[in-house]
Design a protein around this ligand. Structure first.
Ligand code: SF4
Length: 107
């Protein structure tokens, strides 16, 4: 009679002790081999452009001649170099343009 009660109790104890340490796997868990990319760290490229609004006033060329030149065929300023376009000099050139023809955009 004691055996009939002890065996099921023993089985229950074994089963509960085995499942205690098992951690449930959820669908939200990420694979440890997956590499996440932090997009805020990626440096975006910027590009300097002159639009059709240019009135050929020379201001940008005087401020940053290494980046701008006059195009005698189109009578517009044009960008000749994208070097140092985040510099203060380019900031000043953009600010001094009377028709806001110069833009520096992330691409
Ligand atoms: S400052 Fe503006 S309007 Fe003047 S040349 Fe440069 S882009 Fe053209």
């Amino acid at each position: 009679m004691k055996k009939k009660i002890l065996i099921p109790l023993l089985l229950i104890w074994i089963l509960t002790s085995c499942t205690k340490d098992a951690t449930p796997v959820t669908t939200n868990q990420k694979d440890s081999n997956t590499t996440e990319v932090d997009t805020s760290v990626i440096k975006k490229e910027t590009s300097l452009t002159v639009s059709e609004r240019c009135i050929w006033c020379w201001k940008c060329i005087r401020i940053a001649p290494e980046n701008f030149k006059l195009n005698v065929e189109t009578y517009k300023a044009e960008v000749i170099s994208q070097n140092n376009i985040n510099s203060t000099k380019i900031d000043n050139a953009i600010r001094s343009c009377p028709v806001k023809a110069i833009s520096r955009e992330e691409i």
